[in-house]
Design a binder for this molecule. Structure first.
Ligand code: ADP
Length: 434
């Protein structure tokens, strides 16, 4: 496979269509989690750099700017041009993503394709926003949909190029301008995408990328008075901080996509082999670092033993290692801190009486890998059933009836996603509607 070790070309902040050093001159390392080695030194943006980026984005949003004068069709064309350039560079982007994030190269290639699809989808929406006319006798009221202005975007490290596309695409579609901060663990694909945006012809200031840390660069975005909206994906803890910062500054609008501890409920009428495979793939891809992962696996008592036996066998067969090796299914956790956090949860699970059926240990001594882990005999009072672990850990819980499992599945602080496996459409519908 080509381009396995692409050297990152862009390591500086991207402001007003130029790559520049941070005002402070500071840099931070971005590390390959499969090896623990530094890939590149990246410019460390802070408030001063966010101020420059916001000024550029504000100028680009001025009513007489080139960007504001583009028709919806022209905005769409620019977005599609960016898509073709991402397509041209897809192996570069995928290689950078795998080096920076650790996910297997085939997953990164798929991720880049999905990011392009998201941009294409929104490119199709640019000319389809309409308002309403409202018969408010004796008046006629009319609503218009307008871009809100400069938007701040703060994204996590688990799906970097997808997060970027999911945030850039809707904002560009409606004509906003952007100041984005990628996660400090994974800045590389965002900087490459920024270069492609310039090449595609986006006017200066429409897209700005500030690499750096959350409490500095991220906070400067969420506190900024000239940012009209902030879109954040990450932990609930930081989501709360961002909402407070938005409220304390200019009451900017906020959208938050936060954590999860999602149930996957498996009834007794399923094909067990198929259910085992679905449950496995609900937890382990991306090394378990997915917000909507189905990590609370509820299994009906009639198939519980068979399900556990087969799930353990499948987890043990999962291949870990160098994410550039085409046969590898699971890469490392994102960094040492996350690896230790996940291993800490394994200890907690054992201490609270869950049965460690497989895994639970670090894999190898280079990089931050963790063996696919399954806990059985889990109950709701255990922390591993309630808290987001964000690692390759499945918690299996036994249930006996639909009514019981609905209450138990809902008995958690999070509410991001849920899944049900059954061949009974009535059960599935009832479960989904409650
Ligand atoms: P995760 O647990 O996925 O790392 P975080 O919520 O810690 O999630 O981080 C998600 C994003 O939020 C990252 O880009 C990070 O730098 C940023 N971030 C962290 N702390 C803050 C903060 N205080 N203000 C704004 N952004 C922050």
């Amino acid at each position: 496979m080509a381009n396995t070790n692409v050297v990152p070309k862009y390591t500086q902040l991207f402001i007003n269509n130029e790559f520049v050093d941070a005002v402070s001159g500071k840099k931070f390392p971005t590390v390959n989690p499969a090896t623990g080695k530094v890939i590149a030194e990246i410019a460390e943006g802070d408030k001063a750099d966010v101020d420059l980026a916001v000024a550029a984005a504000k100028k680009a949003f001025h009513r007489n700017s080139e960007w504001r004068k583009l028709s919806p069709t022209q905005r769409s064309e620019l977005m599609l041009k960016l898509c073709s350039l991402m397509e041209r560079d897809k192996l570069i982007l995928a290689s950078l993503e795998t080096q920076d994030n650790g996910k297997p190269l085939s997953n990164s290639i798929f991720a880049v394709a999905a990011a392009i699809d998201a941009l294409k989808y929104y490119a199709g929406w640019t000319d389809k926003f309409t308002g309403n006319t409202i018969p408010a006798e004796p008046y006629v009221a009319q609503t218009r949909k307008e871009p809100i202005g400069v938007v701040g975007q703060i994204i996590p490290w688990n799906y970097p190029i997808n997060m970027l596309a999911w945030k850039w695409a809707p904002a560009l579609c409606v004509g906003c301008t952007i100041v984005m901060k990628p996660a400090e663990q994974t800045p590389l694909t965002a900087l490459h995408a920024a270069a492609l945006a310039k090449e595609a012809g986006f006017p200066a200031g429409v897209i700005n990328v500030i690499t750096g840390y959350g409490p500095t660069a991220g906070a400067a975005i969420s506190e900024h008075h000239d940012i009209q909206k902030v879109a954040f994906t990450g932990s609930g803890e930081i989501g709360r901080i961002i909402m407070q910062a938005a409220a304390k500054s200019n009451l900017k609008r906020v959208t938050l996509e936060l954590g999860g501890k999602s149930p996957l409920v498996i009834f007794e009428d399923v094909d067990v082999d198929q259910a085992v495979s679905i449950a496995h793939n609900a937890v382990f891809p991306n090394a378990g670092q997915t917000c909507c992962a189905g990590t609370r696996t509820y299994v009906h008592e009639k198939i519980y033993d068979e399900f556990v036996k087969k799930s353990v066998a499948l987890a043990k067969a999962r291949k870990l290692g160098n994410p550039f090796d085409a046969t590898v299914e699971q890469g490392p956790q994102i960094d040492e801190e996350m690896m230790n956090k996940v291993l800490g949860y394994v200890d907690i699970g054992v201490k609270q009486g869950a049965n460690l059926a497989c895994g639970g240990k670090r894999f190898g001594n280079e990089g931050y890998f963790i063996e696919p882990t399954i806990f059985t005999e889990v109950t709701e009072n255990m922390r591993i059933a309630q808290e987001e672990i964000f690692g390759p850990v499945m918690s299996v819980l036994k249930f006996s009836s639909l009514e019981e499992v609905i209450d138990r599945a809902n008995d958690v602080e999070y509410g991001l996603a849920a899944g049900v496996l059954t061949n009974d459409i009535n059960k599935a519908t009832k479960f989904a509607n409650i």
